[in-house]
Design a protein around this ligand. Sequence first.
Ligand code: M6R
Length: 613
Amino acid sequence: MCGIVGYLGKKEACSLIMEGLKALEYRGYDSSGIALLNNSELNIYKKKGKVNDLEKSLTGKDLSGSIGIGHTRWATHGKATDQNAHPHDSGSGNLAIIHNGIIENYKVLKEELTSRGHLFKSDTDSEVLVHLIEEIKIENACPLEKAVQQALLRVEGAYAIIVMSKDDPEKLVAARKGSPLAIGFSQDQYFIASDILAMGGVVDRVIYLEDEEIAVCRSEKDIKIKTIEDIPVTPHIESLDSSIDIRDKMGYDHYMLKEIFEQPKSIEDCLRGRLNLKENEINLSSIDQHMDKFLNVRRIIIISCGTSWHAGLVGEYLFEKYAKISVEVEYASEFRYRDPIINKDDIVIAISQSGETADTLAALSMAKEAGAFTFGICNVVGSSIDRVTDAGLHTRAGAEIGVASTKAFTTQITVLSLMALKLAIEKNLINCEDRQLFLAELGELPNTVAKAMDCKLLTETIAEKLLHAQDILYLGRNINFPIALEGALKMKELSYIHAEGYPAAEMKHGPIALLDQDLPVVVIANNKENRSKIISNIQEVKSRNAQVIAITHEGDNSLNDLCDYVIPVPDVPDFLSPFVSVIPLQFLSYHLAHKLGKDVDQPRNLAKSVTVE
Ligand code: M6R
């Protein structure tokens, strides 16, 4: 959470930083701020609200300077106010800092500094750090980077920081531990940010800082990177395609809508080079390289959060049914604090869009400590999870900016389908006919998902009828139970309507008491296995007068008389049914939220990447 940006070069820093902040707003959007250095003049402007509010407040201000830092906040310590917004300056006003993360021992540090006369203007942990840096800098008469290094040795917690100083107006010092930080650069400029998305065509090369590394960026000088223990580091430089503007909404009203419609293309990208229909094979080199481990594994543990956890549940069904591997799917946040039993011969799969989710990372490091083989399924290339796992597969969804996950989810389950089928083939668990059929259907998936988009208009009509709903129940069975959970999560986070996903058969054990004419129930009924059972569940709901919105496959008219609304989706084999049943649920929550006037791309209290626990 929180997005940070720093610029050092020859151009006016303000507009570049503001553009960068807009691109990072998905990481936090309760307040923002900017600090600009010009001829040893340090100007800091901060504002509660969105980056647009900050932008409006800048009219008439001195915005000159070709070095600066900016921050968009998701509050952890201290409410969303102008005062608590970043950047924070040191007591003397000589230094400014932006910070993403949590300084866990900030209270102890603050008490110490207060006892030595430091006065604080905000309630944040970050302000404590800049005071500490300044104190060390003055006491040791040392350069900024040395002071930052010394201060970080005293810090417990997570940080991505950028610091600048009036005394050294041609330098930015950046460091990270647990929160992402990328240092972009081209011939005569640096652009540092939490995510390369912010760099929008400004620079053409990038270095991803590793944990406990400090980078010193100076005008017209090469970057210097060291560990906070002072060991020099030779950075790995990657090139950036600066021609693509991933922030373009391409004419859609919202990123979420654009991303829903991008799913056929993302799935196609995800399958490319992996699904070989000519040879009737699945090529996944990262599985091939570790095939022994996968063939002999007794248990896979999947760790993830939110939507990625739902993808894990779909994966559990696929691995168990087709590859006959026992799977446990864990909320990373629970797993890490539960003294879980992790065996050396377990495979631990972390699923994460951002690759930066703090709980997933922490659970992963427990798995590594226990000696398990770790595998990442991430969207963001170069992210922390991507880098710390032993092997992995990228989902290739492309940048997902809407806070609600859509194409990240469908590409995660694409990867899981490929993995499960590959292992099933490898283990000879699938006959020739099924193999051909399943792979052909996988190959058709981009077209199938494109066809599923036809339900957009119908979901908009249904959303109109749900405007006054207080609660919505989502029911699904089998591989579509996780889709019920996902539908409910989308509804909650976007429209702020309480929604719950439930296994359809579990309804009788409690939630049935909720049923009356005011409770809409969404039933996912497009799987063929246990179909009669889901129809019985619909009947149970209808006999208690609740409204039923059912998702079923095209050509099935059996539910028309029973349900209030029927949403047809393409007819696919059961293992692919989540791909088509999730689409109407994404649209339904999108339309309802939009009609209720909610901020679809940036729902309240949320952030795209949850880098704090
Ligand atoms: O980046 P990750 O996939 O690790 O993020 C996990 C969750 O925070 C994320 O899926 C969240 O639940 C989404 N906002 C749901 O739409």
